[in-house]
Ligand binder design. Sequence first.
Ligand code: ZN
Length: 169
Amino acid sequence: MREAAPCICATLDDMAVVHIGGDGHDERVFATIDVVRWHGDLLWWPKLSRCTACGQDWMIAQEERIYDDHYLKRLTPDEAGAIMARDLWPDDFLCYEAVLRFGQRNSRAFRFLDPRSGLLPIIEDLRKERPGISEAEIGELIGISEKQVVRLMGPEGWFERIGRKLLAL
Ligand SMILES: [Zn+2]
């Protein structure tokens, strides 16, 4: 027998991982959840969404570069109202490092990436956000070893090389 529940919001954790693809769970979740507003600006991943069936508001971060997941935070009406009225967002997923950290803790579904094409922009984003982040921390977040991070960044350090190029201009 089929359940007649109009949506599956109630079955989700307050901080939920919804993997993209696979068994179709994501399709069932997003069948009734529509985007209300994107955060925009430099933060391309967070958005406010609402379930058209039960009215539940969610803050959702999309992470397609490493984990291939959506991360959902259940919002109170007050929290959703603050986003709508004053552009005040809960800070859970506002930093990209926090999004990856959440994925690293809660998701095991790594996506295969060609290191040369996929990972350098991510390393660049993480270092822009927090210049002091270590190779070990980066490796942990994107699912490769510290040694691989160092190798990816080149023998003399990718950022140092870029920096020197800029200084030479
Ligand atoms: Zn719902």
